[in-house]
Ligand binder design. Structure first.
Ligand SMILES: Cc1cc2nc3c(=O)[nH]c(=O)nc-3n(C[C@H](O)[C@H](O)[C@H](O)COP(=O)(O)OP(=O)(O)OC[C@H]3O[C@@H](n4cnc5c(N)ncnc54)[C@H](O)[C@@H]3O)c2cc1C
Length: 394
């Protein structure tokens, strides 16, 4: 496709910025990213970056930055909620690097966003417009008109919707469905590691029990512990979506009564002002992600439960494959059809497997977890995907 056609991206989250960077690296000369927030920022939380994400990020030039800011855990483990008995060990560190040829990282989300912002800033083709909340989308034979809440409009030849689970692009150009409550409530917090006993060994540990899980891992080279606690909702009346809804330590603790002393102690260390909760929302797979000059990517196309740790990974893969399709395929129609045919089956699969893994992790019999062969990102082969090299040329 012509490299001088202007491309608009809605949303400067992880997916939108990867897409912008990938397009610039493919030689597209005008890429406008429109972000609702007045400043580019990520919430205080960690992110797993498996080999299928680190591989394209390294290809995009972020390898040194990732190596400097992310942690590569030597091991990971799943433990019993009450006894802390080890139920399963996960392949990490050198063993995973040798198997897949790319590292498995844990990173603070803000650090990855910073790396992407720095990468985009080094590309003259990328223009990021903060404070632009997309409100309307209309396409005609020549392009797409974007209307923003503050009354401004913009035109582009192609629009990519990377605007997350409540996507306006999806609402305007695809279906008017609303995100659905998944049945899970999550809490997040970042804890300072101040004393030797706060150090986790191994540095990534998941405790599982019936209807609950509690994930902890270090980021920022062991200076912080990222906590994600997820409970199946007993009261479906509360279903508020969003990353910044305050909770209380007492509320979180009430869901983990009787858990192992390490978990109780970790909850008690959470600063009251740092305890957030939200209801996890998903949407059923769409029949199509592309309509005319518009494509969806990331959570806008396929929000999923977090039990495979693959939501951002799918957004990263989408961005790279879409940029490569637009660069390598002869027409826009061909490029978008190629993108969808390569990406949708994989994202649909991961969405389904992620939901199934949630049921296994929080099943009624945690004592027997790990006795049969685990189905994970590793055993499903998800880490092997090479987003940079799946688009056919010619
Ligand atoms: C508890 C939990 C843990 C997770 N852990 C992991 C993990 O370890 N590894 C992993 O790979 N994934 C993980 N995920 C999933 C991951 O966070 C998401 O899938 C990922 O952030 C999606 O990226 P995105 O760019 O598509 O959307 P988002 O990150 O939601 O970004 C969307 C952007 O669009 C902007 N926007 C929204 N509306 C508009 C508008 N109208 N106009 C302009 N801009 C707009 C937003 O402000 C935002 O900047 C986790 C998710 C949860 C819930």
């Amino acid at each position: 496709m012509q490299r001088d056609l202007p491309i608009a991206i809605a949303g400067a989250g992880l997916g939108g910025l990867v897409t912008a960077l990938a397009l610039a690296r493919e030689g597209f000369s005008r890429i406008d990213v429109y972000e609702r927030s007045p400043v580019l920022a990520e919430v205080g939380a960690g992110l797993t970056v498996g080999p299928n994400s680190s591989r394209p990020l390294i290809d995009l030039g972020l390898g040194p930055g990732l190596a400097a800011r992310a942690d590569a855990p030597s091991a990971g483990m799943t433990r019993h909620w009450r006894t802390a008995r080890v139920l399963m060990n996960s392949l990490r560190g050198r063993a995973l690097l040798d198997k897949y040829g790319a590292p498995y990282y844990l990173i603070h989300r803000a650090d990855l966003l910073d790396l992407l912002v720095e990468g985009c800033a080094a590309q003259p083709a990328v223009h990021i417009h903060t404070g632009h909340a997309l409100q309307s989308v209309a396409q005609d034979g020549d392009g797409v008109t974007l209307g923003f809440e503050h009354g401004v409009t913009a035109r582009a030849a192609v629009l990519i919707g990377c605007d997350g689970v409540k996507s306006v692009v999806r609402r305007e150009a695809f279906v008017g469905d609303a995100p659905q409550f998944s049945g899970y409530i999550a809490w997040r917090a970042l804890l300072p590691v101040e004393r030797p006993e706060h150090k986790l060994d191994p540095p990534a540990q998941l405790f599982i029990g019936t209807d609950h899980m509690f994930m902890r891992y270090h980021v920022r080279h062991g200076a912080l512990t990222n906590v994600v606690a997820i409970a199946r909702a007993r009261d479906a009346a509360w279903t508020e979506e969003g990353w910044t809804i305050p909770s209380t330590v007492a509320e979180l603790a009430s869901h983990y009564t009787g858990w192992h002393e390490d978990i109780i102690a970790a909850i008690q260390r959470i600063p009251e002002s740092q305890c957030f909760k939200w209801a996890i929302h998903v949407r059923p797979p769409l029949p199509t992600w592309c309509a005319g000059r518009i494509a969806l990517a990331g959570d806008a196309a396929h929000p999923m439960t977090p039990f495979m740790g693959m939501g951002a990974a799918m957004a990263i893969e989408d961005g790279v494959v879409l940029a490569r399709s637009l660069a390598l395929r002869p027409t826009l129609d061909d490029a978008l059809a190629t993108y969808q045919s390569l990406r949708k089956p994989r994202a649909d699969f991961v969405q389904t497997e992620s939901a199934k893994r949630g049921l296994r992790l929080m099943g009624s019999d945690p004592d027997s977890y790990g006795q049969s062969r685990e189905v994970s990102e590793d055993t499903l082969g998800l880490f092997a995907y090479d987003a940079m090299n799946v688009v056919p040329t010619g």
